[in-house]
Write a protein that binds this ligand. Structure first.
Ligand code: AMP
Length: 188
């Protein structure tokens, strides 16, 4: 069974590529950002606790997202695509343990490589239509800062394990998808 992480900075196209991967491999798409936004929309206790953190562009606490991932792995029967998780090295270590607990292993981590100026351009463009309260200039800059400081080291973590593969994330969406799929097919 496939267990894939789609990795990259905010605005790299993880969501777009995830939709195409789900179509290709019939995976269970686990986007921690989407799950957190659902909690906020439902105005649950958890949603109320995390709204301000997400609006600021900071990461929410590991416990919250790890509980969501634990649940997703425990109930999955079709293969998993993690999008927006792991966001720091501690989450990456936890993911390894959780997968192991269920007799699974990561297939690979595919990084979408996009230059910073293009990330900013895309996110500002998306801000016009997304309705996401964290798609504004101040928050976008903080999300990129959080990425540089906490998330980028996750790529090195997987590089050392031989699980990391980088794909050019600029250009035609279908062409990017073909590169991503080619890399996954080599490793599955
Ligand atoms: P995303 O939709 O992946 O861009 O995530 C939007 C926001 O949700 C982030 O800026 C964080 O505040 C929060 N978030 C999503 N995934 C995680 C995660 N794995 N760890 C911590 N915070 C997260």
């Amino acid at each position: 069974m496939l267990n894939i992480v789609i990795f990259g900075a905010p605005g790299a196209g993880k969501g777009t590529q995830s939709d195409l991967l789900v179509e290709r491999y019939n995976l269970n798409h686990i986007s921690t950002g989407d799950l957190l936004r659902k909690e906020i929309a439902a105005q649950s206790e958890l949603g109320k606790r995390i709204k301000n953190i997400m609006d600021s562009g900071n990461l929410v606490s590991d416990d919250i997202v790890v509980a969501m991932i634990d649940q997703a792995i425990a109930t999955d029967t079709q293969g998993l695509l993690f999008d927006g998780f792991p966001r720091n090295v501690s989450q990456a270590e936890t993911l390894e343990k959780l997968l192991e607990k269920h007799g699974r292993k990561l297939t690979c981590v595919v990084s979408l490589d996009v230059p910073r100026n293009e990330l900013v351009r895309r996110m500002l463009e998306r801000a016009k239509v997304s309705g996401r309260s964290d798609d504004n200039e101040v928050t976008i800059m903080n999300r990129l800062k959080e990425y540089e400081a906490k998330t980028k080291p996750v790529a090195d973590f997987y590089e050392k394990k031989g699980l990391h593969v980088k794909v050019n994330g600029t250009g035609d969406i279908k062409a990017i998808s073909q590169s991503v799929i080619a890399e996954i097919d080599k490793r599955k």
